[in-house]
Unconditional design. Structure first.
Length: 348
């Protein structure tokens, strides 16, 4: 596989931007196995966006010869009050995340934040050096990476440690490529601004589009963040432990306006999940409504939906059936005990 083929793999949906593409090309020319990471909070039940879409993107990096790491940010989880900030619960759910990603991304390495901080004696010294380059105002502006407002008036001091920790994690793991959803873009831009001042290696940043929720977005123009599939809203997303019937019912009830391709969750799922894993997408219809349709590329599906050649109910049925094919094998292999299920449930 040549360099351009590797870049094209990394650029596949749901990738939205590479900062910068030229730097990535140069990196792949000089390094056949660059180091990558994506950092994840341990924040609840895994769903179609957090595990499947993210996992499929990680596998694109693996196919491109990249050395991938999934960083399970247990300390960040506690700082951000996820899972009630309870360390025992966070540790148990971390194992659930590790098992899940091993199923979806078997060639990726799993690293716990707590293990990194224990093994790197110089971490906190480097952390202090990095924070000398950050003002309080700039730190507050980066709080959106935690799902918090930069104008938040009541915030504990620990949360201000979160952004610089995330940055120093990148240096400590000696990364060439940092990967995240678009909601983490601010921290990567901070890294690219400050690392050169410290003579630290500056990584290429790859950002993927967040999978939108199934409900009608309140603000369509900002759906990417405001309407993302959420672990805290059971109606907004497809969860890995949903039964086949639950998956089909959620898709049936999802928002899908006829002819509207803007921020349409079912089209996004088709593009980022179905066409990522299947060579074709079949839409089954009775002969009296035109018979079955087959699509071999996403753009044609989108075009026909916009022209109202595909009814929302037919698209919903097809998407639901394909998601069952994707999720059910993972669900059957992924153990989630009743105790752990209840612990996660209590934290919402």
């Amino acid at each position: 596989m040549d360099v351009i083929e590797k870049v094209e793999l990394i650029e596949r949906p749901p990738t939205e931007e590479i900062v910068t593409r030229e730097e990535l090309i140069q990196l792949l020319k000089t390094n056949s196995s660059p180091k990558h990471y994506i950092g994840l909070e341990i924040s609840g039940f895994l769903h179609l966006g957090s595990l499947i879409s993210t996992g499929f993107k990680i596998n694109d990096f693996v196919k491109a010869g990249v050395n991938c790491t999934i960083f399970l940010a247990d300390w960040h989880t506690m700082i951000n009050d996820k899972l009630g900030g309870d360390w025992d619960t966070i540790s148990k759910v971390s194992k659930y995340y590790e098992d899940a990603f091993k199923l979806v991304c078997p060639e990726a390495k799993i690293v716990l934040g707590s293990d990194l901080y224990e093994s790197k004696k110089e971490y906190w010294k480097e952390f202090m050096k990095f924070t000398k380059h950050m003002s309080l105002k700039r730190t507050m502006r980066t709080l959106t990476i935690m799902g918090r407002s930069e104008d938040e008036s009541k915030i504990d001091l620990a949360k201000l440690l979160y952004p610089p920790m995330q940055a120093v994690d990148i240096h400590s793991l000696d990364l060439d490529i940092v990967h995240a959803g678009m909601d983490q873009r601010k921290i990567h831009m901070l890294v690219r601004e400050i690392f050169p001042k410290m003579n630290w290696k500056v990584p290429v940043a790859v950002h993927h589009k967040l999978l939108p929720g199934l409900s009608k977005p309140a603000e369509q123009n900002d759906l990417q963040i405001l309407g993302k599939m959420s672990k805290s809203d059971p109606n907004s997303g497809i969860f890995i432990h949903n039964s086949n019937e639950e998956i089909l019912n959620k898709i049936k009830k999802s928002w899908c306006e006829e002819g509207n391709i803007l921020n349409n969750p079912l089209l996004e799922i088709s593009k980022n999940i179905i066409f990522h894993e299947f060579n074709e997408m079949k839409i089954e219809r009775p002969e009296k409504f035109g018979g079955n349709l087959e699509y071999f590329e996403y753009k044609q599906l989108e075009s026909d939906f916009e022209k109202k050649k595909i009814h929302p109910s037919d698209l919903k049925q097809a998407v639901g059936n394909y998601l069952v094919k994707v999720i059910s094998p993972i669900r059957e292999k992924l153990n989630l005990s009743e105790e752990l299920y209840n612990s996660i449930k209590k934290s919402y």
